[in-house]
Design a protein around this ligand. Structure first.
Ligand code: ATP
Length: 354
C-alpha cells in the first residue's frame, strides 16, 4: 500500500514561523496529488516533512497506513525529484541512473541484471538512449531533468515526490515535460505528490489538487472542481488565467449589489442572501448591446489583449475591474475608452462567503 496521509500536521520552525497549520490530507494509492500555492505557503515544507527531511511539530504522517514520523528519510522508500537536478557531475547518465540501485539502501536486494533491465526500461521510456555516456554538463536542462526523473523511477519507490521539477526549464520544454510526467504516471501508477506554484501545471497533472495558503489547506479537489466550484475567494483568484472576477457585495431578493452595480443573480443563486463575493470566470462574461437585456450593466473598456482566437478585455464596470475573455470578433474590436455593456449573470457563476 502506498497511500499518504497528513493528519493534523503542524510545522513550526524555531524562529516561530508556522509553515503548516494542522494540514489534513489523504493521497490515495496511485493518485497524483499536486500541492499548489503561492511562494511561502508551506507546500515545500509539507513535502520535506513527508520525505523525512524535517520533523513535524505536531500531528502524524502516514505512508501505507503506517506512522512514519520517527522513520529516517532513507527508510521511507520514496523517490525524490527536485528543482535542482542534483545529478552527480562526474558520472555518466548511465551511472547516474544506476547509482541509487547499486550504492543506495536497495543495493543488496537488486542484482546487476535487474539493475541493467530497470535502467534500460527508463532509458527507453525517457528517450535517453543516445545520451548514456554523456556527463550532466553535456546535457540540456530538459535532458538533465529526464535523467533525474529516471533516477527516481528506477528505484520503483512507493511514493514519488517532486518539488517544482520543471521550474528551471523554458516554457516550451516545460509543456513537453509536463505531458511526459503525466504519461509516466499513467504508465507506472506510482502515488505521486508534486509541489508547484504554477496553476497550469496543477490543472494538467493532478488527479486532485490541494490548494494551500498561509500554511492552511484551502481546498482539496479534482482540478476542474476547484476551477468551477472554488471553496473560497483565494482559490477562485489563484486558479485560472486570467483569474476569476470577484465582486464583493451583497445578495438579496434575487439580485447582487455592490455600490452602484446591481444585476440579477443567475437562477441557481437566486435564493441566496447576505454578504459575499460574486465570482464569474472571464469566459462567462458576455458582451451585450447596451440596454439589450435586463441583466446588462454598463462597462468602459480599459484595454484589450488580442490573443488570436480570443480577446481579453479589461473593463471597468461601475467602478469594478472586470476581465472578459471573448472569442475575437467585431464586438471585441473596440478601443480603450469605448462604452459597452456586459452581462455578469451566468449559470457558471459562484457566490462565495469568504
Ligand atoms: P516556495 O514556492 O517559495 O518554495 P513554499 O510554499 O514551498 O514556497 P515553504 O518553503 O514551505 O514555502 O515555506 C513556508 C514558510 O516557512 C515560509 O514563510 C518560509 O519562510 C518558512 N520557512 C521555511 N523553512 C524555514 C526554516 N528553516 N526556518 C524558518 N522558517 C522557514
Amino acid at each position: 500500500m502506498s497511500t499518504v496521509e497528513f493528519a493534523h500536521v503542524t510545522k513550526r520552525f524555531e524562529d516561530g514561523t508556522t509553515a503548516l497549520d494542522s494540514l489534513s490530507l489523504r493521497v490515495e494509492e496511485g493518485e497524483f496529488l499536486v500541492l499548489l500555492g503561492p511562494s511561502g505557503c508551506g507546500k515545500s515544507t509539507a513535502l520535506r516533512l513527508l520525505a523525512g527531511l524535517e520533523e513535524v511539530t505536531a500531528g502524524d504522517i502516514l505512508i501505507g497506513g503506517n506512522r512514519v514520523n520517527d522513520l529516517p528519510a532513507g527508510a521511507r522508500d520514496l523517490g525524490m525529484v527536485f528543482q535542482s537536478y542534483a545529478l552527480y557531475p562526474h558520472m555518466s547518465v548511465a551511472d547516474n541512473l544506476g547509482f541509487g540501485l547499486r550504492y543506495g539502501r536497495h543495493r543488496e536486494a537488486i542484482d546487476e541484471p535487474e539493475i541493467r533491465e530497470r535502467i534500460a526500461g527508463a532509458v527507453d521510456m525517457l528517450g535517453l538512449g543516445d545520451l548514456l555516456e554523456r556527463r550532466p554538463r553535456e546535457l540540456s536542462g530538459g535532458q538533465q531533468q529526464r535523467v533525474a526523473i529516471g533516477r527516481a523511477l528506477v528505484r520503483r519507490p512507493r511514493v514519488l515526490l517532486m518539488d517544482e521539477p520543471l521550474s528551471n526549464l523554458d516554457a516550451k520544454l516545460r509543456n513537453r515535460m509536463r505531458l511526459e510526467i503525466r504519461r509516466l504516471h499513467e504508465l507506472h501508477g506510482t502515488t505521486t505528490v508534486y509541489v508547484t506554484h504554477d496553476q497550469v501545471e496543477a490543472m494538467t497533472l493532478a488527479d486532485r489538487i490541494a490548494v494551500i495558503d498561509g500554511g492552511r489547506l484551502q481546498q482539496h479537489a479534482p482540478p476542474l472542481d476547484a476551477y468551477h466550484r472554488p471553496a473560497n475567494s483565494f482559490v477562485a483568484s489563484f486558479i485560472g488565467t486570467p483569474p476569476m472576477n470577484l465582486v464583493e457585495g451583497e445578495a438579496a431578493s434575487g439580485r447582487f449589489r455592490s455600490g452602484e452595480l446591481s444585476f440579477p443573480l443567475p437562477e441557481h443563486l437566486c435564493d441566496r442572501t447576505g454578504p459575499g463575493f460574486y465570482g464569474i470566470r472571464p469566459e462567462s462574461v458576455r458582451v451585450r448591446e447596451a440596454g439589450e437585456a435586463a441583466d446588462s450593466v454598463p462597462a468602459t473598456v480599459i484595454g484589450r489583449e488580442n490573443l488570436g482566437s480570443t480577446s481579453v478585455m479589461h473593463l471597468d464596470v461601475l467602478g469594478h475591474p472586470i476581465t472578459a475573455s471573448i472569442r475575437a470578433g467585431p464586438e471585441t474590436d473596440v478601443a480603450p475608452g469605448a462604452r459597452i455593456a456586459v452581462s455578469l449573470t451566468h449559470a457558471a457563476a459562484v457566490l462565495l462567503e469568504e
